[in-house]
Design a protein around this ligand. Structure first.
Ligand code: BJW
Length: 229
């Protein structure tokens, strides 16, 4: 393809896998250990908030022991070197893209390091544990703090901005995602519809692999730097 002037990159759990962050649907992944209905739905949280807090507290603590890998670093270098429009949309709730240096970044499924108060709607930086007795520092209500992440049945964040970028982009790259969760799984079709060249970089063929014009399969730490350079 000609040199792109506008790029949208979508990342998923596979980009962080080699940093030691679990994926969801691979063998031994998160959904093989816990039922998503218990920990990643508003109904699960209403039923047993302690279980949900424990699940996210554990994952938040694990973040202290992981670091960005060569794939995160390559995407940050691309952002610095690329003069046109670039938007990195991650489904991941970890902060490895920003720790690698990316800043034109959207967390469409929220962030592990943020809390949301269901009473006052405030979003707060929250690096530590949270629980059912946690008081909201903004409105002082108790028991209303939840992880600021997007569960099944909830609306992902920044959809307007993402859709605008998909309409404009001439290159769409999907990295390390199984393509099984919507609306992110539909981005490739949206980008194609608007004429973008589409590329999949993943360990294996994703569910929607046939929708991509080009694909490279392998470990993110190898294929992402190779694609970017
Ligand atoms: C490597 C690698 C290495 C490994 N190198 N690669 C249409 C049809 C059917 C259903 C729906 C639909 N629209 C909506 C739905 C319902 C639902 C949905 O999609 N369900 C499906 C299961 C069918 N979606 C929703 O409810 C969403 N909300 C919504 O749609 O609102 C309405 C709306 C309508 C219209 C427009 C806009 C909105 C919300 C979805 C929220 C998902 N939340 C989670 C949890 C977030 C918090 C947390 O982290 O706990 O997000 S679920 C989980 O899945 C997490 C992930 O971000 C997401 C995607 O997973 P991902 O990243 O793809 O990981 P894996 O494990 O699946 O794949 C990893 C890949 O990496 C694999 O392919 C490996 O091969 C690869 N890999 N190692 C390179 N080293």
């Amino acid at each position: 393809m000609n040199r792109p002037s506008s790029i949208v990159i979508l990342t998923g759990a596979g980009v962080s896998a080699e940093s030691g962050v679990d994926t969801f649907r691979d063998a031994g992944g998160i959904w093989s250990k816990v039922d998503y209905r218990d920990v990643a739905t508003p109904q699960g949280f209403a039923r047993d908030p302690r279980l949900v807090h424990d699940f996210y507290n554990q994952r938040r603590r694990a973040m202290a022991n992981v670091a960005p890998n060569a794939a995160h670093a390559a995407l940050a270098r691309l952002e610095q070197a690329f003069a046109g429009d670039l938007l990195l949309v991650t489904q991941n709730i970890d902060d490895l893209h920003e720790r690698a240096g990316s800043s034109r970044l959207i967390h469409m499924h929220g962030e592990l390091g943020q809390a949301l108060c269901t009473n006052c709607g405030n979003r707060l930086h929250w690096p530590g544990d949270m629980g059912v007795d946690t008081m909201c520092p903004a409105c002082h209500s108790t028991g209303t703090i939840r992880p600021d992440v997007v569960w099944f049945g909830e609306m992902p964040y920044h959809m307007g901005r993402i859709e605008q970028a998909l309409e404009r982009c001439d290159l769409f790259v999907s990295i390390g995602t199984s393509g099984s969760v919507y609306p992110a799984a539909g981005f490739v079709e949206e980008a194609r519809r608007h004429g973008a060249h589409t590329v999949e970089l993943n360990l294996e063929r994703s569910e929607g692999h046939s929708l991509f014009a080009e694909a490279e399969h392998g470990r993110a730490t190898e294929i992402v730097p190779a694609f970017v350079e």
